[in-house]
Design a protein. Sequence first.
Lengths: 155, 112
Amino acid sequence: MSSQDALAEFDTHALDITRIFDAPRSLVFGAFVDAKQALQWLGPRGFTMTHLDWDLRPGSAWRGCMRANDGRELWHGGVHREVTPERRLVFTFAFDLADGRRGPETLVTITFEDRGSKTLMRFHQSGFVTPRDAESYRAGWESEFDQLTRLLDRN
Amino acid sequence: MSDPLSNVFSALADPTRRAILARLARGEASVTELARPFQMTGPGISKHLKVLERAGLIVRGRAAQWRPSRLRARPLKDAADWLDHYRHYWEESFDRLDEHLRKLQTKGKDGE
């Protein structure tokens, strides 16, 4: 086996979410790009977004903070890479780690398409190194991977 | 001391180190055995092993000549859990966005 084949193993994993919102594309896109609106819906339940610097010019940094019910604050942010009005947003995203350094960098791509009067949103976040979940790997590496999975499951 | 998880992530960022882990998932191996498929020198592999050891992803035997490396799975699992955090973050955000859009449109109609 060449080293190239060996290195092709352990791909980075990605998160994909597809949603249809019952609203026209302009409205959905607006909810993403308007910081005042994003503050209202961004973040999981149990958290309140307390801060959002969200200037969508490509190349500009964004920064957010959400506070958990227990008062813990989670800062996160990234850089806007691409903004195509009402069609596409690309930005990097990383959470700050406990020591203040940036956590693992990820890349988010969101696209918007009309579905009649509704909007289809495709969300894609990549850059995770999660060997456990990698779905595609080359022939010859299956056994290694199965063993790794078993090891991980055992823990 | 730096955060253990960020050490794990920077260790995993390198494709050679990920391939080394894949090999170690099959069982422990010496530096020579690990170097073979990568056409790398012993010192080159040792450098990678040091990074993996610091991240807690492997443990190395103490015998001077034969220092087999062994995989530790726990930190890998913690790294994989990050994906779940993000899924949670976005799925719930989009639920709230759905409600937000509904409210916006109701308001719009009321104003007409």
